[in-house]
Design a protein around this ligand. Structure first.
Ligand SMILES: Cc1ncc(COP(=O)(O)O)c(C=O)c1O
Length: 411
C-alpha cells in the first residue's frame, strides 16, 4: 500500500491519536462494563419527538433544509437558541451567535484562529483531551494549572506564578481555556469567587477566556451558578469571554450541533475559519433542532436526564464508599453535575498499567494520564456514570474496587 507519511504536514505529524477512542474499541466487548467512554444514557434521547420534528421539516421546509445555508447558522435555530439562553438569564443577539457542528468544532476553530506553532494556552492540569488534541494539531501547547485542594477551580496563586514565569521565559500565551461546570475529566465545578477571579485575570492580561460548557445544564444537585460569560455580561461587559455550548449532553450527541456565544468581532473571525472547514453546519439538522426546540420539550428532557444521572451518580459514590479500600490517599470527587467522577489512588499506582488487569476483570475506565498535556499524574482515573445501568454500576464498581485492592496488595 502506498505510504504518504513523508509528505504529511508538520501539523499532521503533531496530531495525536485519541487514546480514549482507541480504548473504547477494546472495551466495547459486551461482557466488559465500561466506565471509560463519555456517552450520555440512550434512554434519555426523546426519539419520538425528534422523529416528529424531522417530519415537520420535510413537510414545511424541505427545499430550504436541503439547500446550502449561511455559515453563521440558520436564523430560525438562532432565534430558538436566543430563547433557550434567555431562560437562563443570558441576553444575546443573532450577531453574538455562531452555530457549529457541536463544540468539538468550536475547539478546532478557536485553535485555528489563535494558535501559531509553539504558542500556549492556559488550561487545567488535567483538562479535556479533545482540547489538547485540537491545540496539538496546530502545534500549540498547554500551560497546565492545577486545581485548588478545595476542588473549586484553579489554584489561583499557581496561575499567577506559572503565568509570570511563562512570560519571563518568552512564551506566547493566546487564551485561557476552562470548563467551569462539571469539568471533563474531574467533575469539578468552579465557585463564583473563582469564576470572578478568572474573569478579572482575563481583563488584566487581555487574554480571551474560552468557557466550554457542555455540561452546564446537567446539574442534578445544588444551585446553578452564573457562567463566566454571564458574569462578564452583567458586569463590565468587555466581551472577553467565548462560551461554547452543545446539544450533545442535553439532547443527543448524534445531532452534532452546538453554538458559540461571543462578541461579534470574534464571531466574524470564527465564521471565516469555519467556512474553510464545512461551509455551514448541516442545514437539515439545524431546521430539525429548531422545530424540536419550538415544542419546548427540551426542558423536561433536561430535567429527566438530570434525575437519571443523579441516581446513577449517587449509586456509584455509595458503592465506591462501600467497596473501595479505605485509605486517606484514596479519594474521588463528588460532582453536582456532569457525567464523570475522578478517582485519586495512592502515589506509585499507575492506572494505565492497571487498566490491563481491569480489562481482564471485565471493567474499564480511562487512566487519568490521558488528560494532561505534560507531566501526567499516573495515579488518577476518570469514570463515567451516565451510560451504564444501575446493575452495571453495581457490578462494575465491585470489580474496579477488587482490581485496586489487588494492585495495592501486589505492591
Ligand atoms: C469539555 C468538552 N468539550 C467539548 C466536548 C465535545 O462535545 P461535542 O463536540 O459533542 O459537542 C466534550 C465531549 O465530551 C467535552 O467533554
Amino acid at each position: 500500500m502506498a505510504s504518504f507519511e513523508s509528505l504529511y504536514s508538520e501539523n499532521a505529524l503533531n496530531m495525536k491519536k485519541s487514546v480514549i477512542r482507541e480504548l473504547l474499541k477494546l472495551t466495547q466487548k459486551p461482557d466488559i462494563i465500561s466506565f471509560a467512554g463519555g456517552l450520555p444514557a440512550p434512554e434519555t434521547f426523546p426519539v419520538e419527538d425528534l422523529r416528529a420534528a424531522a417530519d415537520v421539516v420535510f413537510v414545511k421546509h424541505a427545499t430550504k433544509a436541503l439547500q446550502y445555508g449561511t455559515t453563521e447558522g440558520d436564523p430560525d435555530l438562532k432565534d430558538e437558541l436566543i430563547k433557550f439562553e434567555a431562560r437562563q438569564g443570558v441576553k444575546i443577539g443573532q450577531d453574538h451567535l455562531l452555530v457549529v457542528s457541536a463544540s468539538q468544532q468550536a475547539l478546532d476553530i478557536v485553535a485555528k484562529v489563535f494558535i501559531d506553532p509553539g504558542d500556549y494556552i492556559i488550561g487545567g492540569h488535567p483538562t479535556y483531551l479533545g482540547t489538547i488534541q485540537a491545540i496539538q494539531s496546530y502545534r500549540g501547547r498547554v500551560l497546565g494549572i492545577p486545581f485548588s485542594k478545595a476542588d473549586d477551580g484553579f489554584d489561583m496563586d499557581e496561575l499567577e506564578r506559572r503565568y509570570a514565569s511563562a512570560l519571563r521565559d518568552g512564551k506566547r500565551i493566546k487564551f485561557i481555556y476552562v470548563i467551569p461546570d462539571f469539568q471533563n475529566p474531574t467533575g469539578i465545578c468552579w465557585s463564583v469567587e473563582k469564576r470572578k477571579a478568572l474573569l478579572e485575570f482575563s481583563y488584566r492580561t487581555g487574554l480571551p477566556l474560552v468557557e466550554d460548557s457542555p455540561y452546564r445544564e446537567i446539574r442534578f444537585l445544588g444551585k446553578t451558578l452564573p457562567s463566566i460569560f454571564q458574569l462578564d455580561q452583567e458586569g463590565e461587559n468587555r466581551g472577553n469571554v467565548l462560551n461554547f455550548k452543545t446539544f450533545s449532553k442535553i439532547l443527543a450527541p448524534g445531532t452534532r450541533m452546538g453554538w458559540v456565544m461571543a462578541n461579534p468581532d470574534i464571531i466574524s473571525k470564527f465564521v471565516v475559519a469555519k467556512q474553510a472547514m464545512d461551509l455551514c453546519t448541516n442545514v437539515f439538522a439545524q431546521k430539525w433542532i429548531a422545530e424540536y426546540l419550538k415544542t419546548g420539550k427540551i426542558y423536561s428532557v433536561i430535567e429527566h436526564t438530570c434525575g437519571i444521572y443523579r441516581d446513577k451518580r449517587n449509586y456509584m459514590t455509595e458503592l465506591l464508599e462501600q467497596h473501595m479500600p479505605k485509605r486517606p490517599d484514596i479519594s474521588w470527587t463528588k460532582p453536582e453535575g456532569g457525567l464523570f467522577l475522578w478517582i485519586r489512588l495512592p502515589e506509585g499506582i499507575d492506572t494505565d498499567k492497571m487498566l490491563l488487569k481491569a480489562i481482564e476483570r471485565k471493567v474499564a475506565y480511562v487512566g487519568g494520564s490521558s488528560f494532561y498535556f505534560d507531566e501526567p499524574e499516573h495515579n488518577t482515573m476518570r469514570i463515567n456514570f451516565s451510560y451504564s445501568s444501575l446493575e452495571q454500576i453495581e457490578e462494575g464498581v465491585k470489580r474496579l474496587a477488587r482490581v485496586v485492592a489487588e494492585e495495592l496488595e501486589g505492591r
